[in-house]
Design a protein around this ligand. Structure first.
Ligand SMILES: Cc1ncc(COP(=O)(O)OP(=O)(O)O)c(N)n1
Ligand SMILES: Cc1ncsc1CCOP(=O)(O)O
Ligand SMILES: [Mg+2]
Length: 217
C-alpha cells in the first residue's frame, strides 16, 4: 500500500543518491534524515553513482523499507520502472525525462507523480494536465549537485511560478538554511535539498529549520 500525496510532505524534502555521499552508507544517511524528521525522501541515484542496476534496486529496497517504517513517502527520480519495481509512493520526472502524460498512465494510480517545471510556459502546460501531484521548481540558486541544471530561477522567479501553478510547488537548487524563510514567503510548499542536508553537521537542527520555515501560523 503506498502513501497518498499530501502537500505537507513537501516541507522537508530530502533528495539523495550514492553519488552525493561518497564514502558514506546511504542507508545511514537516509535513516539519520528520517530520524531528524524529513517529510519526503527522493532516491536520485545517477551521475557519478557507481552502482550496478542490481545494486541500485537492492539499495532502493532497503531505503523504501526505511521510509515505509517512518511513514515518509519514498519517491524515485527519473526511472519509472524502478519506481514500480520498488512499489514507490511517488516518481519524479523532469522535462527531459519520459513524457509526463505517459508516466501518469504507466503508474496508473499506483503512485503520485512530481514534475520539474522551471518556466512559466512549463507551468502553464502542466496546469492543463491531470494526475500531477506537485511541481519541483529550480534551481532557485546556483547548485553543484546537478551538472545539467537549468538557468537559476531566483526567488522572484520562484514566486511567479508558485502564483501561476495550480499545484503545490517545492523549491530546489542551491538552498541553504538562511534562505528558507524567503523561500516559504514566496508561497512554495517547502524545500527539496541535497547538500543542505548531506553537508549538515546537525541534520535534526537543519530539518527543524525546514519545518519551522513552513509552519502554518
Ligand atoms: C523535487 C525535485 N525537483 C526537481 C528535480 C529535478 O528533476 P530533473 O529536472 O528531472 O533533473 P534530475 O533530478 O533528474 O537530474 C528533482 N529531481 N526533484
Ligand atoms: C536535483 C536538482 N534539480 C534542480 S537543482 C538540483 C540539485 C539540488 O541539490 P542542492 O540542494 O545540493 O543544490
Ligand atoms: Mg530527471
Amino acid at each position: 500500500m503506498t502513501l497518498k500525496f499530501e502537500p505537507t510532505q513537501l516541507r522537508a524534502y530530502f533528495v539523495c543518491g550514492t553519488q552525493d555521499v561518497p564514502g558514506q552508507d546511504l542507508n545511514v544517511v537516509v535513516q539519520t534524515a528520517l530520524d531528524a524528521g524529513i517529510t519526503a525522501f527522493q532516491y536520485r541515484d545517477k551521475g557519478n553513482s557507481q552502482l550496478t542496476t542490481t545494486e541500485r534496486f537492492a539499495l532502493g529496497q532497503q531505503l523504501r523499507e526505511r521510509c515505509a517504517q517512518a511513514h515518509v513517502p519514498f519517491i524515485v527520480d527519473d526511472d519509472v520502472e524502478l519506481a514500480l519495481a520498488l512499489q514507490a509512493d511517488g516518481v519524479h520526472v523532469g522535462q527531459k525525462d519520459d513524457r509526463v502524460t505517459q508516466v501518469i498512465q504507466r503508474v496508473a494510480n499506483q503512485m503520485f507523480v512530481g514534475l520539474s517545471c522551471s518556466t512559466l510556459a512549463e507551468v502553464q502546460i502542466a496546469n492543463q494536465l491531470e494526475g500531477i501531484a506537485y511541481l519541483g521548481s529550480g534551481p532557485i540558486f546556483p547548485t553543484t549537485s546537478k551538472v545539467d541544471a537549468d538557468p537559476v530561477v531566483g526567488l522572484a522567479g520562484l514566486q511567479q511560478l508558485v502564483v501561476a501553478a495550480k499545484y503545490p510547488v517545492v523549491a530546489i537548487g542551491g538552498i541553504t538554511v538562511a534562505q528558507l524563510p524567503a523561500i516559504a514567503a514566496t508561497g512554495a510548499a517547502g524545500a527539496a535539498v541535497i547538500s543542505m542536508l548531506t553537508r549538515s553537521p546537525d541534520m535534526a537542527a537543519t530539518v527543524k529549520a525546514m519545518l519551522t520555515a513552513t509552519e502554518v501560523h
